[in-house]
Design a binder for this molecule. Structure first.
Ligand SMILES: C[S@@+](CC[C@H](N)C(=O)[O-])C[C@H]1O[C@@H](n2cnc3c(N)ncnc32)[C@H](O)[C@@H]1O
Length: 283
């Protein structure tokens, strides 16, 4: 029988998929219930396993992202369940998590708010590291909240995490949240609407539109969140926002116009200004 590892790698190469050897290992490991590093060239498999691998490969060749095919994705230190209703957690977002964690630890933060929680990867990772902290996770999508809720159960933080289905553009948003937080984190949708068609198929065809569409300018959600932040933060509290490429200075501007103080703009590992940190300072 043909070498399955080689077959998967060659098929991925032909489809122009990056990191074909790594993806082949992850895909085969998922079916074999082993670790990717245990998959080797020439590995022996049954006809039934082979068929399962081929079925998954077909989805990948349609540009479905690997994590959506296998149903989970590593983020920071943890494994998150994902499906078509949530943004696939991105390594780029880990810088926001690390900065929020340091601020929460240095300020002994007791309450965190995640605006646009998706899979819950940010707030759940933070609560895992901060065993006495409570969180509120907000999303407009009930289907996304169902995923985040399941992840909170799987990762054993559900007793410290409250879920709120709300739209930050709605007039009663602040009332619905009904409390103040020492730290807010948010990775809102930030792609300018006219750019969505040019995104990779893995993103535009498989991440939810609600997670991508930042309105005509890309800044609609930042503008709204900036308006709400002073009412949601405690005095001296912090907000950390993820930024798309080139967006950080404008985001800083939007928030400073609402009275927040710019603390820092932090680059990710690729050197992109990825995380904007601001503080509510009361004179
Ligand atoms: C870019 S995703 C981020 C998901 C997750 N926090 C992460 O970093 O992987 C943005 C999330 O914001 C939610 N969202 C978009 N518009 C919203 C709104 N007006 N009110 C509340 N949530 C919203 C989307 O449903 C989506 O889950």
């Amino acid at each position: 029988m043909e070498n399955i590892f080689n077959f998967v790698v060659q098929s991925l190469v032909k489809a122009g998929i990056e990191s074909p050897r790594l993806e082949a290992r992850i895909l085969i490991a998922e079916v074999l219930h082993c670790r990717p590093e245990d998959v080797y060239d020439g590995i022996n498999i049954s006809a039934e396993v082979r068929q399962k691998i081929i079925n998954m490969l077909k989805q990948r060749l349609q540009h479905m992202p690997l994590d959506k095919i296998i149903g989970h994705k590593e983020f920071y230190k943890y494994d998150f369940w994902v499906n078509e209703n949530v943004l696939s957690p991105r390594p780029d977002t880990e810088i926001l998590l690390e900065k929020a964690l340091t601020l929460a630890q240095n300020n002994s933060a007791k309450k965190l708010l995640d605006l646009g929680t998706g899979s819950g990867c940010l707030i759940i990772s933070l609560l895992k590291e901060l065993p006495t902290t409570q969180g509120v996770a907000v999303d407009i999508s009930n289907q996304a909240l169902a995923v985040a809720q399941q992840n909170a159960i799987n990762l054993k933080v559900s007793d410290r995490l409250q879920f709120v289905n709300a739209d930050w553009f709605a007039a009663d948003f602040v009332k619905k949240i009904g409390q103040e937080f020492e730290i807010i984190i948010s990775n809102p949708p930030y792609i300018p609407r006219s750019d969505i068609k040019d995104l990779a198929p893995e993103v535009k065809d498989f991440d939810p539109m609600l997670a991508l569409d930042g309105g005509n300018s890309g800044y609609d959600s930042y503008e709204k969140i900036a308006e709400l932040t002073p009412q949601l933060l405690t005095d001296n509290g912090y907000i950390l926002l993820e930024a798309g490429v080139g967006q950080a200075p404008k985001i800083a501007d939007i928030f400073t116009k609402h009275g927040l103080r710019l603390v820092d703009i932090v680059k990710d590992l690729s050197g992109i200004e990825r995380c904007v940190i601001l503080q509510k300072v009361v004179a």
